[in-house]
Design a protein around this ligand. Sequence first.
Ligand code: PAN
Ligand code: ZN
Length: 185
Amino acid sequence: TPPVAPFAISFDHEAARLEPEGPTLTRRMSDLEGLFADHEAWQAAVADGDPVVYRVQSSPVPEVDRELPQSITTIEPGTTGGELWMTKGHQHPNHQGEIYLGLHGAGGLLMYDGTRHEWIDMAPGTIGYIPPGWAHRSVNTGDEPYSFLAVYPGGAGHDYGWVLEHGMGARAYRTASGHELRPWS
Ligand code: PAN
Ligand code: ZN
């Protein structure tokens, strides 16, 4: 793929959209198999309408080495078995860093390096930095959609199997007063 020519991307903060548009990914409950601790609650949610859990909308910068793609993820509010709705989570196989910028709503950025986990509360204006080698998952901790912008190296790659194999170190649950992290189960 030849490098793309310079171009302007309009960042619609209010709508949480990038224009021109590249691919949009829609992740429904059925796409999150094996990720929630409560398998029966997950199955029930799939059977009960298989709701959209999150969408990822990208600008048209290709995911190839030395390019710098961006995308906006919007996670719907909700819980499954008490566990807050979240992204699948992944590791970058080439161990490259990434930044997230909170746009709307309240969320969390859970990171795990295989030994330790870290959590960053994400609000509009928060930049969450993901160092190389830290798997990452985003969580909606609020009761409205949570959106953030991600900027990452095009050659980073996305390894989803890593999370299925190693977990994320902790899980985020809804509580009466907000949310809490519990040890991985
Ligand atoms: C983000 C994520 C996005 C969706 O753009 O890909 O939030 O999460 P999953 O990829 O885990 O489903 C990113 O971290 N890119 O590298
Ligand atoms: Zn990433």
